[in-house]
Design a protein around this ligand. Structure first.
Ligand SMILES: O=c1ccn([C@H]2C[C@H](O)[C@@H](COP(=O)(O)O)O2)c(=O)[nH]1
Ligand SMILES: [Zn+2]
Length: 179
């Protein structure tokens, strides 16, 4: 028992719960774990005004385009037809396309990577109002500059997600009946 902490009363609420934005970004991170891209795995999660997750996506090849047949390479491939960029559907695009609601107006997007210019177009057109991201590793690249230019013009807000909880452990064993 931790004697430095006052004992928790039965009726007190649990204090270690995930706050909303960490929960949504963690959902995006978990989704990124599905990506087969060997270099950059991206996950996205879209949330409505009632804090309901309405869409999830990660970067991957289109349906029926096999992860084992289409190329995952980039700079080492001589021909552009052998670059992944020709084929990958971006995480944000997949989330928008997979959305389970008719309108994304006023929603928030949580993404592990700052959206590129092509995703920015979709974000703006679908009515997403705010973006939270973790990595901006392509900051200064043409696609990111164009993306920010469009998002600024359209009034879509964006900011880096500042986690309250730095690490979240998933231990399936915790949920076994013996516990
Ligand atoms: O807005 C974006 C930008 C990129 N992605 C995906 C596309 C690719 O699969 C990777 C980027 O690969 P690099 O090897 O880091 O160039 O990220 C995305 O999903 N959304
Ligand atoms: Zn993109």
């Amino acid at each position: 028992m931790d004697v430095s902490q006052p004992p928790r009363r039965y009726n007190d609420k649990r204090k270690e719960y995930l706050e909303w934005n960490d929960y949504f970004m963690a959902t995006a991170v978990l989704s990124a774990k599905r990506s087969k891209d060997p270099v950059t795995q991206v996950g996205a999660c879209i949330v409505d005004q009632k804090n309901r997750v309405v869409a999830i996506g990660y970067n991957g090849f289109p349906r029926n385009c096999s992860d084992d047949e289409f190329p995952w390479g980039k700079s080492d491939a001589k021909q552009s037809l052998e670059h992944k960029y020709m084929y990958v559907v971006h995480a944000e695009a997949n989330a928008i396309l997979n959305s389970n609601c008719t309108s994304l107006d006023g929603t928030r997007l949580f993404t592990t990577l700052f959206p590129c210019n092509e995703c920015a177009k979709l974000i703006i057109q679908s009515g997403i109002q705010q973006i939270y991201f973790i990595s901006d590793k392509y900051e200064g690249h043409t696609a990111t500059i164009a993306s920010k230019r469009m998002l600024d013009a359209a009034g879509v807000l964006y900011s880096r997600h500042v986690p309250k909880q730095q690490k979240i452990l998933i231990d399936f064993a915790e949920f076994l009946d013996e516990n």
